[in-house]
Design a protein around this ligand. Structure first.
Ligand SMILES: *Cc1c(COP(=O)(O)O)cnc(C)c1O
Length: 395
């Protein structure tokens, strides 16, 4: 997830356009912006890259999730099914709506298991949010079928998988809405930024209105705007969007480079007969930001984590112990430590978020190690890393 690796002349040139006029804002100032509409251009190019009808670029991936929940009408007391392996932002999006996050298990795709989703659907379930973790895809066709059969909204968290596809279709375009992040460690970065995409025009308008205090964005220079709904402020600045635009234009090159580098890592891990690889439902669509391997058992995974670090293999993550991506370690969520009174406490009975039925996810995550794929590796560095991986796993 290497946006931070590639800041160059293209990004500088886009930012310079914005600095030239001083119009750092996406809305208004129509007559003095010198024809620069970086956010709008970024949205149009994202639509083209993803094959989506509509796109709204916003201030973060977390904001994108909040916008998607609001646009899709998810609200107080609704249940939203989320995977046991994700970043906390997915859950924050649900909580922000006053809705109840319900964890379902992941499988060896490291993403939602469609059977577990089906199992967790109740008459209060309003949405399912699969997260395409670490650059590769969930079984999105099966999850989509489960949602359709139960009349539940599908919202994809594609924060970590920009540029990945399933059978040729961009991840993030399978459900009602797809959410992306352009934060410092994602495939492309704006510094901070995010986006929602949809093919549904009504959803799009609710999204862009909600993200800007309910303004309907009608008329020249904000002159004739109405406020059909209440909203909030999730606007991105033109400076951030300018960077994102330059980065997006490098996306094909980024994906190709990641795939090539990932293949080299995979080659090295494959020399160890005990290694199995994460299941990728459509390997041709992998964005290849990470290589994930599974050990036969937890003890072996822990041993590998330690010997890989000892051998100087860079960027290996044992998520099961890491307090960023696995809910067993999220004490703040389990104890619902909200700054003020959460709307969830008004439910009868209030949900107990410390109760998590995710034993099958434990079995997968306790065996999983992921390795970050970098763009900037030279052939010589890759030779060296391959050698270190082989040596570590032989021992
Ligand atoms: C990064 C991330 C987000 C949130 O994105 P921000 O831009 O950091 O707010 C949401 N979901 C997942 C899975 C992420 O990795």
């Amino acid at each position: 997830m290497p946006g931070f690796e590639i800041f160059g002349d293209e990004e500088r040139a886009e930012v310079a356009d914005v600095l030239e006029t001083g119009v750092l804002f996406r809305y208004g100032f129509d007559d003095v912006r010198g024809g620069h509409w970086k956010t709008r251009t970024f949205e149009a190019e994202l639509c083209r890259a993803l094959g989506a009808e509509h796109c709204h670029v916003c201030s973060s991936g977390t904001a994108a999730l909040d916008i998607a929940m609001a646009a899709c009408g998810i609200g107080a007391g609704d249940e939203v099914i989320v995977p046991a392996f994700t970043f906390i932002a997915t859950i924050e999006g649900v909580l922000q709506a006053g809705a109840v996050p319900v964890f379902a298990d992941i499988d060896e795709t490291l993403c939602l298991d469609p059977a577990s989703v089906k199992d967790r659907i109740t008459d209060r379930t309003r949405a399912v949010v699969p997260v395409h973790m670490c650059g590769s895809m969930a079984r999105i066709d099966e999850i989509s079928a489960v949602c359709a059969a139960s009349d539940v909204v599908l919202i994809e968290d594609t924060a970590q998988a920009l540029g990945a596809t399933f059978r040729g279709q961009a991840l993030g375009t399978f459900g009602a809405m797809g959410c992306y992040s352009f934060d410092p460690v994602k495939t492309i970065t704006c510094g901070e930024g995010g986006a929602v995409v949809t093919d549904d025009e009504a959803l799009y308008h609710r999204a862009e209105q909600y993200a800007d205090h309910g303004h309907d964005h009608v008329g020249h220079d904000r002159g004739a705007e109405g406020h059909p709904i209440l909203g909030t402020n999730h606007r991105i600045s033109e400076l951030g969007a300018a960077v994102g635009l330059a980065q997006l234009r490098k996306l094909d090159w980024i994906i190709q480079t990641q795939r090539r580098n990932k293949a080299r890592l995979r080659e090295a891990f494959a020399t160890c007969s005990e290694v199995t690889f994460r299941t990728i439902p459509d390997p041709a669509g992998d964005s290849a930001t990470f290589l994930s391997v599974l050990a036969p058992d937890e003890e072996t995974a822990r041993r590998w984590t330690s010997v890989l670090a000892g051998a100087g293999v860079p960027g290996c993550f044992y998520w099961y112990d890491n307090n960023w991506h696995y809910p067993r370690k999220w004490d703040h969520l389990r104890e619902m430590r909200t700054p003020g009174k959460s709307p969830l406490t008004l439910l009868d009975p209030p949900p107990d978020l410390s109760e998590m039925d995710i034993e099958r996810s434990d079995q997968v995550m306790s065996r999983t190690i992921s390795m970050l794929v970098k763009l900037s590796w030279t052939d010589g560095e890759l030779d060296d890393i391959q050698e270190r991986i082989r040596t570590a796993l032989e021992g």
